[in-house]
Design a protein. Structure first.
Length: 437
């Protein structure tokens, strides 16, 4: 693997792409440490030092922003508005015929949908930026910090507008940097930035476990967590690579004097067909009642119950709901992202068939049957991985956003595998041996 890296850097055009990607990553990380105007940076640092490892409602967004959210920097919102906009457009494509028609138009339609995604990203950034500023002004961003109300000293309308505009511009800049990586660098730019944001939390999370440990000055806990993390990564890689290959045979066709077709191929159906989307959906849905309870005043019974059972990740009610929501959204997302009838029609159009299955409706029913069968283990796998930090690492001082479990490990492994495969394909085009043997 190291030899392949050396060969990649020896290739001029590939080396240029890698260095360009690294340069964009450096710019992105610098932006995550520049505070926005109107924020008392010292008060923010005091509250961050006093905050516990569990960052509550904003932990997921803070993880996606590489820790920039709680520091209220220009890249505080990170890539999250773009992710949300992409998911919304993908769901609307199934519902709105116009978007579905654009999707079928090829590259031109995809470019139009991408433009809509950018507009929606800016709109969501304005909405989320306003919510973050309001939360910081009220002191709810750090509930247990004594100087939380001093984070935004000037509460005038002009200062608030400047803060929202700055964070919205930061989100637009992050989106632009991601597209630059996609066009001129290596891998998918948005995925790379998401990968870097999560990986940036690794050192602090691991060192916090070492400091909180009691065995051999914390080194026993530190080593155990590293070992557990490597095992989890291995299991995630194994499942992410697992797929059910459905054989497809294409009949021979005579066009003029030439014979076409007669080849054999397969349809790869991944065990985890839905990817990370069900975990994000389930987390977002569980955050809604907790967010309502946090901003509501008083000590009503329903608020106390929500804070005790839904806002606390280690609560049994939260864990059970989280698990079943992930299963539900896994089936939901697979149902809207993979259309067996469309696949069957395309196969029939080009003379393809599954051996032993008639073309047309029987093929669609067979694909739907297989997809439902493999979605069950995929959804259970997602639910268990998402609960790993709570169930297995709670004894080491970890929280639900610990790097070696849950959402973070799924994203890191997925993005890492895709990026390595892309570099490998470019190496193989130049007759070099790739990373994966």
């Amino acid at each position: 693997m190291l030899t392949a890296f050396a060969r990649a850097f020896k290739t001029p055009d590939l080396r240029k792409k890698l260095l360009f990607t690294l340069g964009i990553i450096v710019i992105y990380r610098i932006g995550t440490h520049i505070p926005i105007p109107g924020v008392d940076y010292r008060a923010v640092q005091v509250c961050i030092d006093q905050a516990s490892t569990n960052q509550g409602l904003f932990g997921l967004v803070n993880m996606f922003s590489g820790g920039a959210l709680l520091q209220i920097t220009i890249f505080a919102l990170g890539i999250m508005p773009y992710i949300t906009a992409s998911i919304i457009l993908q769901l609307l494509t199934v519902v709105i015929p116009r978007l579905e028609a654009l999707k079928k138009e090829g590259q031109a339609g995809t470019a139009k949908i991408t433009q809509y995604t950018r507009y929606l990203t800016v709109a969501l950034a304005i909405l989320q930026g306003t919510g973050l500023v309001a939360t910081a002004r009220s002191g709810s961003l750090f509930p247990n910090c004594q100087v939380a109300g001093q984070i935004v000293p000037d509460r005038s309308i002009f200062t608030t507008i400047v803060m929202v505009i700055t964070m919205t511009a930061g989100t637009a800049t992050v989106m632009w940097l991601g597209e630059l990586i996609t066009d001129r660098g290596i891998g998918n730019g948005m995925s790379i930035l998401m990968f870097i944001s999560i990986a940036a939390t690794f050192p602090s999370a691991l060192w916090a476990i070492k400091q909180q440990g009691t065995l051999a000055d914390g080194w026993i806990e530190f080593g155990t967590v590293i070992a557990v993390g490597l095992v989890v990564i291995g299991l995630v890689v194994f499942v992410e690579q697992a797929q059910r290959r459905i054989p497809v045979q294409y009949a021979k066709r005579m066009i003029g004097r030439r014979s076409y077709g007669g080849t054999s191929t397969y349809i790869p159906l991944k065990v985890n067909q839905a990817g990370i989307i069900p975990v994000i959906f389930a987390s977002s849905l569980l955050y809604i009642p907790a967010l309502i309870a946090q901003f509501s005043g008083g000590t009503a019974g329903w608020k106390t119950w929500i804070e005790k059972n839904l806002a606390e990740p280690s609560a049994p009610t939260h864990m059970v709901l989280y698990f079943f929501l992930i299963i539900f959204f896994a089936f939901f997302y697979v149902a809207i992202s993979f259309n067996p009838e469309e696949v069957a029609d395309n196969m029939k159009k080009y003379g393809g068939f599954i051996p032993g299955i008639r073309a047309g409706r029987p093929t669609a029913e067979y694909l739907s049957y297989v997809l439902n069968r493999i979605t069950w283990p995929g959804s259970l796998y997602l639910g268990l991985i998402a609960l790993v930090p709570t169930m297995a690492l709670a004894g080491f001082g970890a929280d639900q956003n610990f790097p070696f479990g849950g959402t973070s490990i799924l994203i890191i492994v997925g993005v890492g595998l895709e990026t390595v495969k892309q570099i490998e394909s470019q190496l193989q085009q130049r007759n070099y041996e790739g990373f994966l043997r």
